[in-house]
Design a protein around this ligand. Structure first.
Ligand SMILES: *Cc1c(COP(=O)(O)O)cnc(C)c1O
Length: 424
């Protein structure tokens, strides 16, 4: 089944030239991208407290004008090139290709400044914040990767930065907390709930409600009220734009047979698939965190288990109990340890446009070690979930597969090594 979006597109005959063309506003375009109301099928929207209505509406009004303006595009792409280090390489992994019987390319987001794809988004949002005259930046963070990426661009742009982080995560991710402080951010430990990402997000929203005038909330994934999921996906879509050009050069065609990525909230996956989302030739495989197993009660497999609900301003799949209370997720990977999922991805799963696999902790660890030993790349434990989907696939030898390595594994050495001690 397809979702139909009505886009304002001129009809083919008059190309918008005729004011009287009856087809002008009504051409119907099949798309899995956001519709004019901020929905992906039944998912998405903006469910925010009244005090934030104006903030969110201002953002809805402004974001496309700014993102599509020449001045923004110029500064954004200049920073992506000279500061982030883009384009990130598309690397043909020879040994893994042989093992899995396909042509496997890795999109190397791990080589970006600050070690993951998150910086693509924070560079874009801080330029937008500056354009809108905001002077204070807030952010939520789980593992600390988005917090570091936000503190980094705040240092770059000389903006005040406050990062909310669950107290449990503050203890687990000491190095990232120290980096944020060195970069000049204040890190606020959050002691409500499970003291992890969900609670940090609640606290950031509370702060935004208190300072709607001067504060811009930089959300780190394709979650939250419209326009955030679309805005973050657009800012990450540079990933698939580059894949197109790189595949054309290496394979003589600009599309792969498969795209693979891990999903927490969905931003690295959203960026990887953005320019292919409406092309049915390209199969999409998403890996979510199974934790100790989908039926173990210790999992973050939102698509496998989630029911429709509202979390952090959007209607989407949420892991919840029978009374609609959000349940505490679990994953070995702090970046995937979230009880919701972006509305774009909820819709892709509901429409069966994407295949979603749950990858358990042990499968991700094994895949992380395999990439390290066979290709000399230590991936983030989040990215290792995407790699952990490879053994479950059945490729043809001619299949071209692009898998996004969302980040590097420096932050996860402790996790990898302690798993060895337990298993041996
Ligand atoms: C944050 C993070 C993720 C998960 O976030 P998405 O928005 O789903 O991409 C995945 N990989 C890495 C390395 C991360 O830091």
């Amino acid at each position: 089944m397809y979702i139909y979006n009505i886009k304002e597109k001129p009809c083919r005959t008059c190309d918008g030239a005729s004011l009287f063309c009856a087809n002008y506003k009504y051409q119907i375009v099949m798309s899995y991208l956001v519709d004019n109301e901020g929905y992906y099928g039944e998912f998405g929207g903006a469910y925010v407290p009244e005090i934030l209505h104006k903030c969110v509406e201002d953002l809805q009004q402004e974001y496309l004008n700014v993102l599509e303006s020449e001045a923004f595009q110029k500064e954004y792409h200049q920073l992506l090139r000279d500061y982030v280090g883009r384009p990130s390489p598309l690397y043909l992994a020879r040994r893994l290709s042989e093992k899995y019987g396909c042509k496997l390319y890795l999109k190397r987001e791990d080589l970006n400044h600050t070690g993951a794809h998150k910086i693509n988004n924070t560079v874009g949002q801080i330029l937008l914040a500056r354009h809108m005259g905001k002077t204070r930046i807030i952010a939520e963070t789980g593992a600390g990767q988005h917090g570091v990426a936000t503190a980094t661009v705040c240092a770059l742009m000389d903006m005040e930065c406050v990062v909310y982080m669950g107290a449990t995560d503050v203890k687990r991710q000491r190095v990232n907390v120290e980096k944020m402080k060195m970069l000049g951010a204040s890190v606020v430990p959050v002691t409500s709930g499970n003291m992890t990402l969900k609670d940090a997000t609640n606290e950031a929203i509370r702060d935004w409600c208190c300072h709607p005038e001067n504060t811009f909330y930089i959300i780190g994934s394709t979650v939250g009220p419209h326009p955030y999921p679309d805005m973050v996906a657009r800012l990450q879509s540079v990933i698939s734009k580059e894949i197109k050009a790189q595949l054309l050069e290496k394979e003589g065609r600009d599309y792969p047979d498969y795209l693979m990525a891990c999903v927490g909230g969905g931003s690295n996956a959203g960026g990887t698939i953005y320019h292919y989302i409406d092309d049915p030739k390209v199969k999409i495989v998403l890996a979510e965190a199974g934790g100790l197993g989908v039926d173990s009660g210790k999992t973050a497999a939102t698509i496998a288990l989630g029911k429709t609900g509202i979390i952090h301003g959007a209607k989407t799949y949420v892991i919840q109990d029978e009374d609609g209370q959000i349940e505490e997720p679990y994953s070995i990977s702090a970046g995937l340890d979230y009880p919701g999922i972006g509305p774009m991805h909820a819709n892709l799963a509901a429409q069966k446009r994407a295949t979603v696999l749950s990858i358990n902790d042990d499968e991700a660890l094994a895949a992380g070690f395999e990439l390290t030993k066979m290709e000399g790349i230590i991936p983030a434990i989040e990215s290792a979930h995407a790699l952990g989907a490879l053994p479950k696939m059945h490729f043809k030898p001619t299949d071209v597969v692009v898998l996004t390595v969302s980040g590097r594994g420096d932050k996860d050495l402790g996790t990898y090594l302690s798993s060895l001690n337990i298993e041996h």
